[in-house]
Design a binder for this molecule. Structure first.
Ligand code: HEM
Length: 224
């Protein structure tokens, strides 16, 4: 397909798949805040999702395809850029010269490894089977997601992995949001500072939202 052979075409695929995944990240964060309502919050939320299994599986399939495209073209474009990179830059683009911009392949890889761990831990539930929600039901017979999450983040090793991964996610989003507007041609000299600042602000809010859960549990404010 000529569209996918061109640099612009592949960048558009990266931008659109990235946007869809970023929207998932926001939705997932909003869903996760139900943990602050205790077992009746997050266990009811998880039970509802499991009831909607066919919809959830259709959604998962779309997300897996988007994720695969994003990773495939991300690696391909990075390798092509490395090959084509001149030794000395005449003009340094302020967008691609930032730390977040230069480390996209690394922050992306950290998120990928984190996701594998995260799915094994909370979805497939094989990393700590003794606290798995599938095996331990709550008082009304629902999988006890609340205690699985709380008992996990009480372990410093797990809380540490999450905070580290969320730093990578925040850096990836900071550059990803700017890149999205750049690729779709929505960025110009006037909008650049606004887009850069708003993108960074959005990444920081998502970061703070996500790390709040392991931190509040780890320091003992939210207990099992
Ligand atoms: C403090 C941070 C997080 C917590 C507490 C958390 C919690 C959870 C829980 C409990 C589940 C299992 C839901 C269920 O099957 O009932 C889950 C699934 C998932 N999480 Fe997270 N999550 C966090 C961060 C993230 C991040 C940053 C990402 C993406 C970058 C992510 C991506 C996913 C995905 C893809 C699933 C599988 C959804 C599905 O079943 O289709 N999570 N998470």
């Amino acid at each position: 397909m000529p569209f996918l052979k061109s640099m612009v075409g592949r960048k558009i695929v990266m931008a659109v798949s990235g946007l869809m995944m970023a929207l998932f990240v926001v939705a997932h964060l909003l869903g996760n805040t139900s943990i602050f309502a205790g077992p009746n919050g997050i266990n009811a939320y998880a039970a509802k999702l499991h009831e909607l299994a066919p919809v959830v599986w259709a959604y998962r399939l779309v997300m897996i395809i988007l994720f695969a495209l994003h990773v495939y073209y991300g690696i391909q474009l990075t390798l092509e850029n490395q090959k084509a990179k001149p030794q000395v830059y005449a003009v340094k683009s302020s967008l691609s010269a930032t730390f977040a911009g230069k480390s996209m392949i690394w922050t992306g890889s950290i998120i990928g490894f984190f996701l594998i761990y995260h799915l094994l831990q909370f979805t497939i539930q094989v990393t700590n089977p003794e606290i798995s929600a599938g095996r331990n039901l709550d008082a009304v017979g629902r999988p006890d997601v609340f205690h699985m999450v709380v008992l996990s983040f009480q372990k410093s090793f797990i809380a540490f992995i999450y905070v580290g991964a969320m730093i990578a996610l925040a850096l990836h989003l900071t550059h990803g949001i700017q890149s999205f507007f750049q690729t779709l041609g929505l960025n110009n000299d006037r909008t650049f500072p606004v887009i850069t600042k708003s993108g960074t602000l959005a990444a920081v809010i998502i970061f703070l939202g996500y790390i709040a859960i392991p931190l509040i549990i780890f320091i003992g404010i939210l207990k099992g």
